[in-house]
Design a protein around this ligand. Structure first.
Ligand SMILES: Cc1cc2nc3c(=O)[nH]c(=O)nc-3n(C[C@H](O)[C@H](O)[C@H](O)COP(=O)(O)O)c2cc1C
Length: 215
């Protein structure tokens, strides 16, 4: 066995934080999510609003990458991106998606599955304007997911955007947000002896039903 495999086989953490019990669950998964997100913030999880977004291509090939959760409104999770990107192409051909919050330092994870739709342009504009200027310019500079010949080309493109738009870049037409409307939200809390706590909230015709799952 290689050294790295030996190391990997011996890597093992004990899960020893407070358990998650049915009696302490909120009936509403968004309240439960807000409680856990607040814990992640107050316990200083790095990038607490970062999640992995999984999509599938038109051959059903899955791809995951990180995005930042930027809002929860009317029962929908919101993230922003380039709408010409690979993920956007996937979501156009198949709007089903999953986001995964990896709050490993709290021995927790949350999985949200559902379907996406586009955020209205006016709302995307409002959020775009709230971003730091250099991030706004970055959105113009990058043709996200397309091949890039060099770092210099990207930096040149950034400087060109800066020159062209100055202090007030408009929102690029290809930049916007997605709402993920969940049909399920699962909360996982690590437990001793791999006897973890898992609760699955499923939306059944408008009502959230909660089931405990085997770990
Ligand atoms: C912590 C973290 C947060 C990120 N947040 C975003 C985001 O909010 N929006 C985005 O488009 N890309 C974000 N990215 C970059 C994406 O993970 C990804 O590389 C990019 O969106 C291109 O993905 P695609 O080619 O699959 O479309 C983030 C990366 C990391 C590591």
């Amino acid at each position: 066995m290689t050294d790295i495999s030996t190391q990997l086989q011996s890597m093992r953490e004990q899960y020893d934080q407070e358990p998650l019990r049915r009696s302490s669950l909120h009936m509403c998964p968004f309240s439960q999510f807000a409680t856990w997100l607040n814990d992640a913030v107050s316990l200083k999880v790095y990038d607490p609003n970062a999640c992995s977004l999984s999509t599938v291509d038109d051959q059903n090939g899955p791809v995951a990458r990180a995005v930042l959760l930027k809002g929860i409104e009317n029962g929908r999770f919101i993230f922003y991106t380039n709408q010409n990107s690979r993920k956007a192409k996937h979501l156009t051909s198949n709007p089903k998606a999953c986001i995964h919050f990896p709050w490993f330092s709290l021995q927790r994870q949350v999985l949200v599955t559902g379907e996406v739709s586009k955020v209205e342009d006016s709302q995307a504009e409002e959020y775009f304007r709230s971003r730091p200027l250099l991030s706004q310019l970055g959105a113009w500079a990058s043709s996200q997911s397309e091949e890039l010949d060099s770092r210099e080309t990207l930096e040149k493109s950034f400087l060109e955007a800066k020159e062209k738009y100055g202090e007030h870049p408009p929102k690029p037409p290809h930049w916007g947000g997605y709402y993920l409307l969940p049909n399920s939200i699962e909360f996982w809390q690590g437990g001793p002896n791999r006897l973890h706590d898992r609760f699955l909230y499923e939306n059944l015709q408008g009502d959230w039903c909660i089931r405990r799952l085997n770990p």
